[in-house]
Design a protein around this ligand. Sequence first.
Ligand SMILES: Cc1cc2nc3c(=O)[nH]c(=O)nc-3n(C[C@H](O)[C@H](O)[C@H](O)COP(=O)(O)O)c2cc1C
Length: 187
Amino acid sequence: MKRVLLCITGASGAIYGYRLLQVLSRTHRVDLIVSDAGRIVLKEELGKDLSELEGLENVSLHNCKDLTSPVASGSRLVRYEGVVVAPCSMSTLANVASGINENLIHRACEVALKERVPLLLLVREMPYSRVHLENMLRVYDAGAIVIPASPGFYHRPKRLEELVDFVVGKVLDSLRIEHTLYKRWRE
Ligand SMILES: Cc1cc2nc3c(=O)[nH]c(=O)nc-3n(C[C@H](O)[C@H](O)[C@H](O)COP(=O)(O)O)c2cc1C
């Protein structure tokens, strides 16, 4: 089975990370890291604990503080289809942009950039400051794909799930993983 590393941080939009986990784990082995703030927002927004995510089939949870984890090493991460941070807080974005590793998520993102493993950051904040925008440009120039958590409306969504699936579908598009989560333009 192919592998993906999914990181959930403490930006609003825990539902994006949770839905990605559900969809990806049907076809991939998913290594999961949740930051301390990510854990708080997961509980706040979805009422979920880490144990519920860990219980899903094909999902392995890594401790965010464990810098000895296999995903901290380029020799292991080169085998992954990609690293996705969803949702990505401005704090984690800043860490990735500056190359400062305070946890395993930052380290895995740094390794993805140096090894040219696709790195996708589903950023969420509103409005953006100049610092946020500069950090996005820095990670883009270093090879990351920056995806704003902003759904389109041309598929005429009626339910929250359709809005979420549009954004999750765009993340899968960037990983070149086939899906039918949203209706493509004039298809
Ligand atoms: C309910 C809640 C919502 C938050 N939403 C955002 C957000 O949308 N974007 C953001 O950058 N930070 C947001 N934060 C703040 C981050 O959680 C905070 O900056 C944290 O230090 C991020 O740490 P992490 O990147 O390690 O997860 C939110 C915090 C809480 C408690």
